[in-house]
Design a binder for this molecule. Structure first.
Ligand code: IPE
Ligand code: IPE
Ligand code: MG
Length: 251
């Protein structure tokens, strides 16, 4: 981290985990008289730019909200186009992720995604599972409420088999059942496209995240915009319930 830290002029520490709600592909296309699918295609191109920007700052965890459980309700043609784009993105990224030693993870319900996409994900997840420095997580078929239901269901099963004891349940025990497992919580959540809402994304994990909202549509949210969001984060004081004075007196 140190060389990236030294190269950046801002004050505070860099985030460890940035999560992005990549919103506005449809409106980006509509303002240009294009079909929504074209917006998604440009959105995927931008993902590649932001992966580079994340590498520029040696970001350890990047989580991208790519498809929500609610997005299935969109028109069939749009959902199909998104799945095709996802498939080709995964295919194109596989070798690059391996070469750059980035671990791929998925947060969300894998079942429900098309079989070929699941196969592609499983293959790349397996090929990159031993990399530990950088993690790219794709939130796919993701919703926080589904996640907590799945977590409770799996926890209850573990209680039945005697692996877990409800009397000793605490947050660190329960969070292991979330899709994010042992991943650190996001420090910064970015949402593009001028919408100021969370849309069922990492609700529990973002309990103490900083939020950054950009007016730019996702295909226009370039490297400079990403670095500006990181700078804004670094100029904030995270207090976690304490007072500023307490934080200033701590070592
Ligand atoms: C985000 O862009 C991508 C997905 C939700 C898959 P949108 O498709 O939501 O774009 P807008 O919000 O309609 O402009
Ligand atoms: C959130 O965007 C989901 C993703 C970016 C994948 P949406 O466009 O689906 O969210 P709403 O419907 O505007 O809240
Ligand atoms: Mg949207």
């Amino acid at each position: 981290m140190s060389s990236a830290n030294e190269a950046t002029p801002s004050r505070g520490t860099l985030p460890t985990h940035v999560a992005i709600i990549m919103d506005g592909n449809g409106r980006w296309a509509q303002t240009r008289g294009l079909r929504r699918e074209e917006g998604h295609r440009h959105g995927v191109e931008n993902v590649k730019r932001i992966l580079e920007a994340a590498r520029d700052i040696d970001l350890r965890y990047l989580t991208l909200y790519a498809f929500s459980v609610e997005n299935w309700k969109r028109p069939r043609t749009e959902v199909d186009a998104l799945m095709r784009l996802l498939d080709s993105f995964l295919k194109a990224q596989r070798d690059d992720l391996i070469e750059k030693q980035v671990r791929l993870r998925v947060v969300g319900r894998l079942d429900g995604l098309p079989g070929r996409v699941v196969k592609r994900i499983e293959e790349t997840v397996a090929a990159t599972r031993d990399f530990s420095r950088w993690t790219l997580s794709l939130a796919l078929n993701y919703g926080s409420r589904t996640e907590i239901l799945d977590a409770i269901r799996n926890y209850a099963k573990a209680v039945q088999t005697g692996e877990e004891d409800p009397a000793s349940l605490d947050w660190s025990a329960l969070q292991r059942y979330l899709y994010t497992g042992e991943m650190p919580d996001p420090d910064l959540v970015i949402r593009t496209s001028g919408e100021h809402r969370v849309s069922n994304f990492l609700l529990l994990q973002s309990a103490y995240a900083e939020y950054f909202f950009s007016e730019k549509y996702w295909p226009d949210f370039d490297k400079d915009a990403f670095h500006a969001a990181i700078d804004a984060y670094r100029n904030r004081q995270r207090r976690f319930g304490l007072t500023s004075a307490q934080l200033q007196s701590s070592p």
